[in-house]
Design a protein around this ligand. Structure first.
Ligand code: DHK
Length: 150
């Protein structure tokens, strides 16, 4: 199976480190990308790391991943709670999908308790801060090594 993993980030995560640091921490998305690359390298994985505020771009990257990737780690951010389109796109992907939330969404407002993406995700990581991305990559590596499909 492909050892390429897409790490996808939804809206407002470009402001990571600056927006509501009491919730999302002070690390920037560039810091997270650098850590993801380090962990991925140690696990023998390549990563493509993307962020967008536009739903269609997230969907297009999932379609691209369909052709070439062995796994997806996704923090859909607010699209988690709203996007049937992101769920539908993930349902076209045949390999492991790990959903990551920096904050513990279940400790927050009720509208954050529901996730469309969880209907497809093989695992959900919430409340581990940005370490959640690294845990997600480790999990994808394990599933790729086991030859997991949907
Ligand atoms: C990030 C967001 O932007 C929110 O819309 C989600 C998620 C939670 C996070 O914890 O990473 O509700």
């Amino acid at each position: 199976m492909s050892r390429l993993v897409f790490v996808l980030n939804g809206p407002n995560l470009n402001l990571l480190g600056k927006r509501q640091p009491e919730i999302y921490g002070r690390e920037t998305l560039a810091d997270v990308e650098a850590e993801c690359r380090k962990v991925a390298k140690d696990l023998g994985l390549d990563i493509r790391f993307h962020q967008s505020n536009r739903e269609y771009e997230i969907i297009d990257w999932i379609h691209e991943a369909r052709e070439i990737a062995g796994g997806i780690v996704i923090n859909p951010a607010a699209f988690t709670h709203t996007s049937v389109a992101v769920l539908d796109a993930l349902n076209t992907f045949d390999h492991p999908v790990i959903e990551v939330h920096i904050s513990n969404v279940h400790k927050r407002e009720a509208f954050r308790h529901h996730s469309y993406v969880s209907l497809r995700a093989d695992a959900v990581i919430a409340g581990c801060g940005t370490q959640g991305y690294l845990l997600g990559i480790q999990r994808v590596a394990r599933l790729i090594d086991q030859g997991a499909r949907k």
